[in-house]
Design a protein around this ligand. Structure first.
Ligand code: MTE
Ligand code: MO
Length: 246
């Protein structure tokens, strides 16, 4: 990008903020502007949303680009008793509740999800801990599941929970992106336990930590203030930003 166009982008986004974009938005990334870091994070968030306003796809690779080794990190085999029982029967008893601000709340088995339209994408995963790797992911677009249960107009964030206590929230900008999928397959096979079986999120425009593994629940909400300490995610309570855009 030239200096000129960079300046135009920044001026444009400042205008956007000035016009009330910031004031009218309660995304956790924008709601706490206590420190210079919060301000710069809020600006990055606004610029990213503005640059990607037409929701372009992230780069997808051919099968030859798939990494020979894709690291596994943090939780790799949850020890929750309910998880172990379900794992022992190949997750045939597993169900994903979808609740909150939806017209038809429901609970979906793995075969329910596999019967829905599937998307396969070979993408680059970048972990905040300093590594990246390419893999192919297969799953149902979150937008499809949300349309299936009927998102109510008041819904503005999607809160997800995992069996190991991780939880996070996503604005609809990320939740409805075509490459945001609930993945049950990896590199042509079943999703391995270490990578989040039976179901993990892939949210491709965010760093690795936003792609929750071992999903247990999806809830549509209007505000995220009421969850935990009101910071929008478990990792935000540990000091990472709620928003991790790349
Ligand atoms: N539930 C849960 N989700 C998680 C994590 C975790 O420990 N628990 N680790 C996160 C981080 S930091 C990264 S980089 C990716 C790692 O996914 P992988 O183990 O498949 O490489 O999962 C993310 N999602
Ligand atoms: Mo990560």
């Amino acid at each position: 990008m030239t200096d000129f166009s960079r300046r135009r982008v920044l001026t444009g986004s400042a205008g956007l903020i000035g016009a009330g974009f910031l004031g009218g938005c309660d995304a956790p990334a924008l709601s706490r502007l206590a420190t210079p870091y919060d301000w710069s994070n809020g600006l990055t968030f606004a610029v990213q949303r503005w640059l990607l306003r037409r929701q372009p796809l992230v780069r997808e690779f051919g099968p030859e680009a798939i990494s020979a080794v894709f690291p596994t990190i943090n939780t790799t085999d949850p020890d929750a008793p309910a998880y172990r029982t379900s794992k022992a029967v190949g997750f045939t008893d597993w169900k994903l509740p979808v609740t909150g601000l939806v017209d038809k709340p429901g609970a979906f088995s793995l075969s329910d999800l596999k019967a829905m339209p599937a998307r396969t994408q070979i993408t680059l995963h970048s972990c905040e801990q300093g590594w990246s790797a390419i893999a192919g992911w297969t799953g149902v677009p979150l937008a499809h599941l949300l349309a299936h249960v009927g998102l109510k107009p008041e819904a503005r964030f999607i809160v997800m929970r995992s069996v190991d206590g991780w939880w996070d929230s996503y604005d609809l900008f990320d939740a409805l992106h075509p490459q945001t999928i609930l993945a049950y397959g990896m590199n042509g096979g079943d999703l391995p336990i270490a990578h989040g079986a039976p179901l993990r999120l892939r949210v491709e425009r965010q760093l690795g930590y936003k792609s929750l593994k071992y999903l247990t629940q999806i809830e549509a909400v209007e505000h995220v203030d009421g969850f935990g300490k009101g910071r929008g995610s478990m990792v935000a309570e540990l000091g990472f930003p709620w928003y991790a855009g790349i």
